[in-house]
Write a protein that binds this ligand. Structure first.
Ligand code: SF4
Length: 263
């Protein structure tokens, strides 16, 4: 590669980073409907942080190895079975009863395991958070504290812990003393976008650490802020085949590194 071409590429990458950050900040500031599940009634339960903050936490704990819409519907399905969703009602249900409900209603791919995760999460909320899940994020905690509190739930890994903290900040506007520890959650859209935008090399498309650190370098104060913009582009214009670059907000800046085998 000639020195001139290399310089041009470096400039292109700088521009795409800046524009991606700008668009993400705009997206973050938008006041929007909170849609965590496509069905309205199911969504109303998991977004009701005032009356059912535990519904949000329990849905996060269920979000593993199944379609997200199905996972985030589980609190509603339990509510329908039990007749209400107060934390006291949930606390009085035995593990065997939860296993029976999960298996009978086929709520998850791993019904016994996820019934146990659900049961343990309810007990943790009652016993460690004074029966109020909003104590996980109340009082202006640091982002690291919130991520760590989610991580301490049985079955919640770093991807879901950062996703949950990101949603609390971005969608519910929960105040935290900083946002440093809210990383991007690399899914298939983020991986494809990062590769096409030249932010990572094609060979690194499954290197989660490199994607996370790249996002940190773009916006160290709040790396996860670019998550939603990339995800939305990946779901709309930047599809695996036939991306609609002419309709993309990044079209002037993006190097458009598109391959026939893009994921
Ligand atoms: S749609 Fe085209 S311009 Fe937009 S991010 Fe994808 S490759 Fe880049």
């Amino acid at each position: 590669m000639s020195a001139g071409k290399e310089k041009q590429n470096v400039n292109t990458i700088k521009s795409i980073e800046e524009i991606l950050k700008e668009e993400s900040v705009k997206e973050y500031k938008k006041v929007k409907d909170i849609i965590l599940v496509s069905d309205k009634e199911r969504n109303n339960l998991v977004k009701d942080l005032k009356n059912y903050p535990h519904a949000f936490v329990l849905a996060c704990a269920m979000d593993r190895q199944i379609n997200a819409d199905r996972a985030w519907s589980i609190p509603y399905e339990i509510k329908q079975t039990l007749g209400n969703f107060s934390i006291n009602t949930l606390y009085n249900v035995s593990l065997d009863e939860y296993k029976k409900i999960f298996n009978e209603k086929k709520l998850h791919r791993f019904n016994d395991n996820m019934a146990t995760v659900f049961y343990n999460a309810v007990h943790k909320i009652v016993e460690e958070y004074d029966s109020d899940a909003s104590n996980i994020w109340k009082g202006n905690p640091s982002s690291a504290t919130v991520v760590l509190r989610f991580l301490n739930f049985d079955g919640i890994g770093i991807k879901i812990a950062t996703m949950a903290t990101n949603i609390l900040s971005r969608d519910f506007k929960i105040k935290m003393s900083d946002y440093y520890s809210i990383d991007i959650s690399p899914d298939v859209h983020i991986k494809r976008l990062f590769k096409r935008m030249g932010l990572i090399n094609k060979k690194d498309i499954n290197n989660i650490d490199k994607i996370i650190y790249k996002a940190r370098s773009i916006n160290p104060d709040f790396p996860g802020i670019i998550d939603l913009t990339c995800w939305k582009l990946g779901r709309s214009v930047c599809r695996p085949t036939s991306p609609k670059c002419d309709k993309c907000i990044l079209k002037i800046y993006c190097p458009k590194i598109i391959d026939s085998d893009d994921i």
